[in-house]
Structure formats: C-alpha cells, structure tokens
Design a protein around this ligand. Structure first.
Ligand code: FES
Length: 257
C-alpha cells in the first residue's frame, strides 16, 4: 500500500528567517573554489617555488619542473598538467564527503535548499540510483586522502629548507603549508568514514579498548567536520596562491630564519 509520503502544505516554507543565506554563501564560495582550482590545475605552471610545492600538484608525478618531483616522474609522458594526475583523489574525497554532499545538494540542486523548505523536484530517489549511488565510494577515497595527507606532510618537512635546499630554514610559505597540513589532517581524520574505519563493525567496544579510544577521539573531531572542511578548503587554495605568486615573481617569500 502506498500513501502520501510528504505533508501536504501549500506554502513552500513557513520559515521566516533568512534560510537562503547559507545555501547562497555555499554556492558562491564553492563555485569560486571550483573555478580557481580548475584554472590552476590546467595551468601546469607556477606550482613550484623552491622549496615549496603547491598542494594541487603534490606529489608531482608528471613532467614536472626541476626539484618538484620527490617521488620520481612515472607519468612523464602524460601530455597535460601534472595536477590532473593527482587531483582526482583529493577532489573525489571532497566531492563524495558526507558534509559537502549536504552543502552542495542544498546550494546547487536545492534538494532541499534548507530544512523545512520544499525542494522544486517532484521525484526523490536519494542516493540509491545511478549516478549518486557512486557516492558510496567515499570510504575508498578516504584511504587515498590519508596517503595524500602523508605526502603533504612530507612537503612541509621539505619546506624547512631554503631555496638552495639547505636545512634549518623557515619562511612564510613554510608556516602556511604547516597550517594547511594540520587542517587537512583534521579534515581527513574527522571524516565519517574514518570514524567507521576505526570503530565500526565491532560488537563489543570493551574487547577493543584501543579502537574504542581512537573512535572516541575521531568522534570528537567529527563534530567539527564541517568547519574543518571549509578551513582546509581555504587553506589549500591560499597555499597554492602564495606559491603561484612566488613562482611567477610577483612577491618574495618572507624568510623567518
Ligand atoms: Fe567528509 Fe569523509 S565525511 S571527508
């Protein structure tokens, strides 16, 4: 037997607050990031200012400039920008993120635009059919995201050098990369899939004290996952922009020591 699945209220919403503000802000910021990231990814230049490597191009596995490839160039024959080889992983991770899904379903598809506001679409199949059923791939992107975060951490270590690759130096670029990688780790470790990886599929937490402890930490981080998602989005773009401006000679790095 099938019946009406939704309340029959003629008004689109009874809300009187500015509910449209959050999806509008999400739309503007997200669209700006997508445009910026797309332009930078296809540019194929301005991503390395010794010793700094842009997170958009790390690890640099294609036909990269001297000094940018710390893991070799196995895809040297790849004809397009080296960023395109690697960006699928962090972008896929963010695109399938449970929080971002909520954000862009609301802001871009208005499905629904906010709580207690009717969506314009007639039918609703959730994420049970093609293509949205592929959102379930998120947990696999999480493993890739951990590897990418490790590589970015390694880049931060390398950033404690000067342009001639001598150790024991630090500049504003080092600091920005350090903050960025901390935010990336907070975003990655607060992921819902991480929470499941460390504490899921257990019958008794009492028999797995270490995993219980990890699950407790991740659960605490998880409550701030949305904030980490935005902060790390801004920081990754800021680090890339800073390195681009250095690489193109627009600014000079501020050296601390
Ligand atoms: Fe957001 Fe996994 S839920 S990164």
């Amino acid at each position: 037997m099938s019946g009406p699945t939704r309340a029959r209220i003629p008004e689109r919403t009874l809300r009187e607050d500015r509910w449209w503000l959050a999806p509008l802000a999400t739309f503007v910021v997200f669209a700006a990031f997508v445009v910026y990231a797309t332009v930078r990814a296809f540019m194929g230049s301005g991503y390395y200012a010794s010793p700094y490597l842009s997170p958009f191009y790390s690890p640099c596995l294609g036909d990269c400039v001297d000094g940018a490839s710390d893991f070799g160039q196995p895809f040297q024959a790849f004809p397009l920008s080296a960023a395109l080889i690697i960006l699928i992983f962090p972008l896929g991770f963010r695109l399938t993120c449970y929080y971002y899904r909520k954000a862009y379903y609301r802001a871009f598809w208005l499905s629904p635009p906010a709580c207690a506001v009717a969506e314009p679409h007639q039918a609703y199949s959730g994420e049970t059919r093609f293509p949205l059923v592929f959102q379930n791939i998120h947990r696999w992107f999480w493993y890739a995201a951990v590897l990418v975060a490790l590589v970015l951490s390694f880049d931060v270590v390398l950033a404690f050098r000067n342009a001639e690759h001598e150790w024991g130096h630090m500049g504003l670029g080092t600091l920005l990369m350090l903050v960025n990688v901390v935010l990336i780790w907070l975003y990655t470790l607060s992921c819902h899939s991480c929470r499941h990886a460390v504490g899921g599929r257990l019958r008794h937490f009492s028999k797995h004290p270490v995993r219980y402890r990890l699950w407790t930490w991740v659960s605490r981080l998880n409550t701030r996952h949305a904030q980490y998602a935005w902060y790390s989005l801004f920081s990754v773009a800021l680090v890339d922009l800073y390195i681009y401006l250095l690489a193109t000679g627009v600014i000079d790095d501020v050296r601390f020591f």
